[in-house]
Ligand binder design. Structure first.
Ligand SMILES: [Zn+2]
Length: 121
């Protein structure tokens, strides 16, 4: 909503020579420069109020852990090097790759970034 809230009309009397602001209705010489000359400027000040609808937004971000998937990822991460220790050679490499693949797929399930946005007004 856009609306003109207030309109101020002010007559500003200034000295024509030095620009000093003089009191309204001032007729005697300027107290600053001693010259007699007035300049009246009418300024119209409009205050525009942008009455925005007050809105609020609440954001909450957290990581949701899925215990079982999370435990599996940890077990694979810790267990994989040991498995490679027991399964020497290509068997260990294949087993390691297989476990890495499993961890890769379970990973996103284990930790999910949850974003909750609430809006109101
Ligand atoms: Zn003056």
């Amino acid at each position: 909503m856009l609306g003109v809230n207030m309109t101020n009309t002010a007559n500003e009397v200034e000295c024509a020579y030095c620009g000093a602001v003089l009191p309204d209705g001032h007729t005697s010489p300027c107290p600053q420069c001693g010259k007699k000359g007035r300049k009246i400027s009418v300024s119209v000040a409009e205050e525009i109020n942008v009455a925005e609808k007050v809105t609020w937004e609440k954001r909450r971000e957290f990581y949701e852990k899925h215990p079982l998937a999370w435990a599996t990822v940890i077990a694979i991460t810790i267990g994989a090097p040991f498995l490679g220790l027991f399964l020497a050679g290509w068997a260990g490499v294949i087993a390691g790759l297989a476990l890495g693949g499993i961890a890769y797929w379970i990973g996103p399930i284990a930790v999910t970034k949850v974003r909750e946005i609430e809006r109101g007004g």
